[in-house]
Design a protein around this ligand. Structure first.
Ligand code: PDD
Length: 286
């Protein structure tokens, strides 16, 4: 069965899908994207992802082509047509195709592309062993709260991680960790406080971050939103990162130094279990 993708209102076989060379997503990275997880063929926390998609579009003044209900129906249809059980749905909206000119075109229609990717998330072997990360300078622009497709700094960060043989790169600015190249960074202090950077223009407001913080609070764990340095991360009891495509991923090594005992810590494991239970329940109830 060929992969079916969604392009500008139609479900088409992957091989037949195309967009014009004048698309502003291609020429200017003038667009935004969103990634929702799929577990048991159901979307996880999808309303929050669609709310962020709406916000990203509004921030760069691209009209939202669909209502939240329409987006949801399209995503569900794509999951169904591809028989996707576990993985992600990727959605992208650009300002559309027009003769190349920096300012907004007058009459462009937004381009909408969606596709699915199968991925083992809930039983990922890396979640059992934990992963290593490296630190890199944060080279990004100043509106990281927008989920923009301008991802060159993250591409370079992830490539540095790949060349170092590790899973993720944590980006550092003014001595403080901002976030992962495609994930939210957390550390756990020796007295059991879960620390992550507060929301601002400096980071993407992670949907998994929000769910994990809510689950932690509901289960009597202490969450502290504040900046933390790389040195504090090196000396942390535990560390992990969150994203729609990894859920809660234990970090056991940063820049070649073992974090805590050098294996996934008890609080990180608990948070992963809590998240999996929540995601599984949402997925079943949907
Ligand atoms: N990335 N920070 C950045 C820079 C990200 O790109 C992502 C997600 C996150 C985590 O956000 P969420 O929990 O909402 O997935 C944080 C997606 C998965 C991606 O680019 O593929």
């Amino acid at each position: 069965m060929s992969r079916i993708v969604f392009v500008n209102g139609a479900f088409v076989p992957f091989e037949q899908a195309s967009i014009p060379i004048m698309d502003r997503g291609f020429l200017f990275a003038d667009g935004i994207y969103e990634v929702s997880a799929v577990l048991n063929s159901r979307l996880v926390d999808n309303d929050a992802h669609l709310a962020r998609l709406e916000r990203s579009l509004a921030e760069i003044r691209i009209p939202n082509p669909y209502t939240r209900e329409e987006w949801t129906r399209l995503e569900e249809e794509l999951v169904r047509r591809n028989g996707l059980v576990e993985g992600v749905v990727y959605m992208e909206v650009t300002r559309g195709a027009a003769e190349r000119d920096f300012a907004f075109p007058k009459d462009a229609t937004p381009t909408v592309v969606m596709f699915t990717q199968a991925k083992v998330i809930s039983r990922a072997p890396a979640a059992e062993t934990g992963v290593a990360v490296i630190s890199v300078p944060d080279l990004r622009w100043k509106r990281r709260d927008i989920k923009s497709v301008a991802l060159l700094a993250q591409v370079l960060a992830k490539q540095a991680a790949a060349e170092a043989g590790v899973a993720e790169a944590w980006m550092v600015e003014d001595g403080h960790v901002t976030e992962g190249s495609s994930s939210t960074a957390f550390i756990i202090t020796r007295d059991g406080r879960i620390v992550t950077r507060p929301l601002s223009n400096a980071i993407l407001p992670g949907i998994t971050r929000r769910a994990v913080m809510r689950l932690a609070a509901e289960n009597g764990l202490v969450v502290e939103e504040r900046l933390f340095t790389l040195d504090e991360a090196y000396g942390a009891a535990e560390a992990f990162y969150t994203s729609a495509s990894a859920f809660v991923m234990p970090v056991v090594e940063i820049d070649g130094r073992a974090v805590g005992a050098g294996k996934p810590g008890p609080l990180t494991r608990r948070l992963r279990e809590l998240y999996l239970a929540m995601a599984g329940a949402t997925a079943e109830a949907a």
